[in-house]
Ligand binder design. Sequence first.
Ligand code: FES
Length: 177
Amino acid sequence: MTTRMVKALPYPEDRDLVDRIIGDKAGRPGALLGILEELQDHNHYKYLPMETLEYVAAKTGVPQSQVYGVASFYALFNLDPQGTHTVTICRGTACHTRGSRALLERVKLQFGLQEVGDGTDKPTLTTPDRRFTIRTVACFGQCALAPVVEVDHAIRGHVTEQALIREIEVLRKETAR
Ligand code: FES
């Protein structure tokens, strides 16, 4: 570990936790990936704030550009706050052929997000109340089940608009409690 100038974290109470995670993993093979993964898991909005990346760089001695490069390269890492629930719609060829574009548009409409971004396949959209994040993926490797949607890590196959909206509405009511 290094004694380079360490910038403050946005939430000082997190510092002990972050230091422990770095201390547990630093110096091991694949340490950076493991550190970032655990830090994201502990973040309330499941993302890696820029201040956290800078802090990791300063504490581990890994150049900031490398830390940011890893965080931005892997789809597993989020650089923006995520919603409580995640709906990931496959936009691969098989799923596209079986209507995934319509699913995506329907979900965006349900959340009033149809005007956000470029209005097409922006990879990640989060509702302003941060209850839902909508993502797209190139292929889940489950093409026989097309169209495929993942809702909070559970894969759904042969998804219809009605079934997807029903599931989202159940989650929305649960989150509102
Ligand atoms: S194209 Fe959707 S799972 Fe492969």
